[in-house]
Ligand binder design. Structure first.
Ligand SMILES: O=P(O)(O)OC[C@@]1(O)O[C@H](CO)[C@@H](O)[C@@H]1O
Ligand SMILES: [Mn+2]
Length: 448
């Protein structure tokens, strides 16, 4: 039996649109074409700007990029074979090798295509093809077709951002002298705020407004019953044991969405440093526009600057502190290409050894959001009671925690009967975005 055949015996199949009516099927059939159409609309809306900036060349580029995205949408809707990338971005070769890997796995008779190959792969591939369409058409190569949606989502969430920054500024004054039990309470609260910030995601809403309208602190009590796995105490212990062993450790936050969710992550990171639970924070964003609302370097910088420039005194004070953290190197922003590739995270040690080695230096790695959870678990049809450690398939560079609202039908680590009970209460519990997990895993101890 070949390794590939053995492999399929060991792990459940990948989620895919092969299953008509499945969430993957409905996403690829309905949501992805809508997202592509909105990307085309965004490019078209900027046609005059391109003309002002680049003259006729800008018009040509706009027309050509839209042509490529329309072709992509047709390929997707008619289940055409996945095509090799033709741009010269540095990761193109890796993507094309991944395509060959899947072609070998599926065999001649079953071409790699949108509705017959792993959902995780083809959905990531779509966003990489959007990047190709723009890259092939300088001078608009750097245009982010999702920028307007992300900034609108930020502006729609201003009341919640003000409430959060007001809470943080009040906390900043007292956090140094807090007893441990009160520190834990504040940690628990801000971890949940970051968790629920993940509801604000423009991919699940296919670009519809999904911003945070109410104060995030006030709604925590009513949301707590919707947390299906709550390993907050284990997350706390990982930080406190590092601090008490040899001083506060470094926390890596693998970011998800811009807008309100990013602000909740910045507030959490500020609290971790100000409270002495972390000595530094590394933020990992995306190297290209991704899943509509994911954070790019431009989004990160823009969000900090917007916070500084606010005429709300506590927002501005928070933004100034965040700029200071970045200037002093306490906070660092990174965007390794691996995060915008299709790999499940169990491939990281082999496919991105530099990134994997870097994460090993963290006291804690926080993975935000649903796509990261799908990559942590390989986006496979695991039984809901499968252990999180099993689904990780050896991925454990450091103590890690997923902070995720459920928006795809993959979930592990539940108690026996819990999934059945949820299904009776709410058949779409895995994809409606109302439930969440704080799911922790620590690498097995190395050596004696
Ligand atoms: O990672 P996020 O922002 O929490 O969610 C990403 C997402 O909205 O996009 C995909 C569906 O299109 C799913 O992975 C998930 O529903
Ligand atoms: Mn996202």
């Amino acid at each position: 039996m070949t390794e590939a055949e053995l492999e399929t015996l060991r792990v459940p199949p990948s989620l895919s649109a092969k299953v008509e009516g499945s969430f993957a099927y409905l996403t690829i059939r309905d949501r992805l074409p809508t997202i592509l159409t909105k990307a085309v609309d965004s490019i078209h809306r900027n046609k005059d700007k391109f003309f002002e900036q680049y003259g006729e060349e800008g018009l040509r580029a706009e027309k050509a990029a839209i042509g490529l995205l329309s072709k992509l949408r047709n390929e997707l809707q008619t289940d055409k074979p996945v095509l090799p990338l033709v741009d010269e971005l540095e990761d193109a070769e890796g993507w094309n090798l991944y395509l060959q890997r899947h072609e070998a796995l599926q065999g001649e008779q079953d071409p790699v295509s949108w509705f017959r190959s792993p959902w995780l792969y083809v959905e990531c591939y779509m966003y990489r093809r959007i990047q190709e369409a723009l890259w092939l058409n300088p001078p608009i190569s750097g245009f982010d077709a999702f920028q307007e949606a992300k900034t609108q989502s930020y502006f729609e969430s201003q009341r919640a951002v003000m409430a959060l920054c007001t809470h943080l500024e009040g906390l900043r004054k007292t956090v140094a002298g807090l007893p441990e039990d009160q520190l834990l309470e504040h940690f628990d609260r801000l971890l949940q705020v970051s968790l629920w910030g993940n509801k604000c995601d423009l991919s699940i809403s296919a670009g519809q407004d999904n911003s945070q309208k109410t104060s995030p602190i006030d709604s925590l009590a009513e949301l707590r019953p919707f947390i299906l796995v709550d390993d907050t105490r284990s997350v706390w212990s990982a930080l406190v044991s590092a601090r008490d062993r040899g001083g506060p450790g470094r926390v890596d936050i693998i970011l998800d969405n811009a807008g309100f969710e990013l602000t909740t992550d910045l507030v959490l990171a500020d609290f971790l440093v100000a409270s002495g639970l972390a000595r530094s924070v590394r933020f990992h964003g995306k190297a290209m526009p991704w899943f509509v609302s994911d954070v790019t370097a431009q989004d990160f910088t823009w969000t900090v600057r917007q916070t500084v420039a606010s005429n709300h005194r506590f927002m501005s004070a928070s933004g100034v502190q965040w700029q200071r953290y970045v200037r002093e190197g306490v906070w660092t922003y990174l965007d390794h290409p691996f995060w915008t590739q299709p790999h499940p995270f169990c491939d990281m040690a082999a496919d991105a050894p530099d990134l994997h080695a870097g994460l090993q230096g963290a006291a804690l790695v926080l993975f935000k959001g649903d796509l990261n959870y799908r990559k942590l678990t390989g986006d496979r049809e695991w039984a809901p009671t499968a252990a999180f450690a099993t689904a990780l398939r050896g991925f454990a560079p450091a103590p890690l925690c997923s902070l995720r609202t459920l928006k795809a039908n993959v979930q592990v680590g539940l108690q026996p009967g819990q999934a059945e009970q949820l299904g009776q209460r709410q058949p779409d519990w895995m994809t409606c975005g109302q439930y969440a997990v704080v799911q922790f895993h620590s690498p097995p101890r190395r050596g004696p």
